[in-house]
Design a binder for this molecule. Sequence first.
Ligand SMILES: [Zn+2]
Ligand SMILES: [Zn+2]
Length: 192
Amino acid sequence: MPETQRLTSQTSWILRVSESKANYWATYAVDFSLMLFFIGWDGFRLGYGVYAMAGMFALGLLVWTLTEYCAHRWLYHWGFALTRSGHDKHHDDPLAHLAMPWFVTPLLFLPPQLLVAGYYGVHGFSSLLAGWFLGFIAYSFMHHSLHHYKLSYSWFRHLQSQHRIHHALPETNYGVTMRFWDRIFRTEFIKK
Ligand SMILES: [Zn+2]
Ligand SMILES: [Zn+2]
């Protein structure tokens, strides 16, 4: 079997999952459960203080905003063929229900969490991950809303037009929930 055909047959079931509507909504339930699990780990299992947890949670949210920019710019528009092809499909058909398969986030995040916070008992790491996951969930829902809903709030309409510009000019406006990192990295679309 030629290399490209073998790659296609190996990855086609992943693409089928990522294009299903059930998977699209299941990712929210899985990611929200992971977030609660991480909060529970720091709060109940390790007995970490509430204020310290809140601080690490906020830091995780902040880290997410940079992740959102970097993943969109370098993973979805430039990186691996699999992530790029999924995102290309979104650019071709913005209303399709496309998402990473639901099992990707637990497979990527549970092992390091169980190692760092479970085996080594490091306090705060799980709260940091929980904040990051809230950012991820908020981003996913915001991106969905920008394509599917019409809201009259001016901040929402601004984000919506910013994201529409990204779909037309994919080298600009990588941020979905905010413009901040586009301004820092000088990729914000500026009307001439
Ligand atoms: Zn989009
Ligand atoms: Zn894009």
